[in-house]
Design a protein around this ligand. Structure first.
Ligand SMILES: Nc1nc2c(ncn2[C@@H]2O[C@H](COP(=O)(O)OP(=O)(O)OP(=O)(O)O)[C@@H](O)[C@H]2O)c(=O)[nH]1
Ligand SMILES: [Zn+2]
Length: 355
């Protein structure tokens, strides 16, 4: 009954089937890699190149509207054609993105249609709970499940790892935590067992934490049955671009080039600098999620009343929080609003005669 069932091994499910039930078999593929305007596509039988149709490019100008790794696309391919033509994207079930710099409504896509995002930090020097929280917000915003992975456990005392786990838990983070060493391989099997066939996992974290080494291990562990979806599976994997790889176990993994520059969630980060006094005061508010707009026991409003904090400063903070709320909403919640917002943007553009 389901003519796209062959795509299940690549992560296809009911969400996509609903959107593409009437599409001919063979006209759907998943994006395995993007190299400027070149796409590497994969379907149930092979890997091939693709390009986005001009008609699509004319209608979609924002960078997050272009295909990214993990996307499902509908395409057209004449028998003699070398390169398939991508007509449209299926709506993303989940995603990972960061806001573009500046006051833009655009987002930079990292990957789409992920089941889990593995946030990798090294126990050795890299560990930082605040950064972990920022990544978590980004993952939850896009609707995927988070998982925390601490690497390089061989370089620190076990007590240090235990302290780091305790620090994560005492920050109220409940996501699963795994630890491993790529050197001793302790913990690698445990991770391997958690990677389920047909599910997509994206690895993110700072440069040098061991993501590529780990993915090489996962490929190497199963060398015989493993093939890189991209066809570049010579065994070595260097992170030059985001790439979807199918492990022998059937799990799909996306490696990410170093995310040193991860300027995530600009607004929230900005608060730490310009409104650190309010952030500090709010830890004394009675309610953890106090909005400082009239709740009982609000330390921030008390500070304004006593003259310790300027009212203007608080108002400015509240205004910024409100503006960033749209960005803090989860992607899944926002999808419907986005549609209306998209229509709104289109009508404005039309009024302004923008293309
Ligand atoms: N001691 C130790 N070294 C490790 C471990 N994992 C990786 N390394 C080393 O750390 C360095 C960086 O590892 P990579 O796998 O390239 O890090 P990455 O996260 O992929 O970095 P980018 O590709 O830049 O994002 C390499 O020299 C690895 O050999 C580990 O578990 N223990
Ligand atoms: Zn308060």
């Amino acid at each position: 009954m389901d003519k796209h069932v062959g795509l299940n091994q690549l992560g296809w499910n009911d969400w996509f089937e609903e959107q593409a039930a009437d599409m001919a078999a063979g006209s759907i593929a998943r994006v395995a890699a993007v190299d400027r305007d070149q796409l590497l596509l994969v379907n149930e039988s092979h890997t091939f190149r693709g390009k986005v149709a001009r008609s699509y490019l004319h209608r979609h100008h924002l960078s997050h509207e272009l295909p990214c790794v993990g996307d499902w696309v509908c395409l057209e391919k004449a028998p003699g054609d070398d390169v398939a033509l991508v007509r449209t994207l299926l709506e993303r079930r989940t995603l990972l993105r960061r806001k573009s710099a500046g006051i833009s409504i655009d987002y930079q896509m990292i990957a789409a249609n992920l089941d889990y995002v593995v946030i990798v930090q090294s126990c050795h020097f890299d560990f930082n709970v605040n950064r972990l929280e920022r990544y978590l917000v980004m993952v939850l915003d896009g609707g995927a499940g988070p998982c925390i992975l601490l690497t390089k456990t061989d370089l620190v005392d076990p007590a240090v790892v235990a302290e780091q786990i305790a620090a994560i838990r005492s920050a109220g983070i409940t996501a699963p935590i795994l630890t491993l060493s790529n050197v001793t391989r302790e913990g690698v099997d445990e991770l391997t067992r958690l990677l389920l066939p047909g599910k997509t996992y994206c690895f993110v974290g700072s440069s040098g934490v061991g993501k590529s080494t780990l993915i090489n291990q996962l490929i190497g562990n199963e060398k015989l049955e493993t093939k890189a979806v991209s066809g570049s599976g010579e065994g070595r994997h260097t992170t030059v671009r985001r790439e979807l790889i199918r492990l022998g176990s059937g799990a799909l993994v996306i490696d990410n080039p170093g995310m040193r520059e991860f300027g995530i969630l600009g607004a929230a980060e900005g608060f730490e600098g310009s409104h650190s006094d309010i952030i500090a005061l709010s830890s004394n508010c009675r309610f953890r999620d106090c909005s400082h707009t009239g709740e009982p026991g609000c330390a921030v409003v008390e500070a304004v009343q006593s003259g310790a904090l300027s009212r203007e400063h608080l108002e400015n903070y509240l205004k910024l929080t409100e503006e960033s709320e749209f960005h803090q909403m989860s992607y899944v919640e926002k999808r419907k609003k986005d549609k209306d917002f998209g229509k709104f943007v289109k009508s404005v553009k039309k009024d302004l005669k923008l293309k």
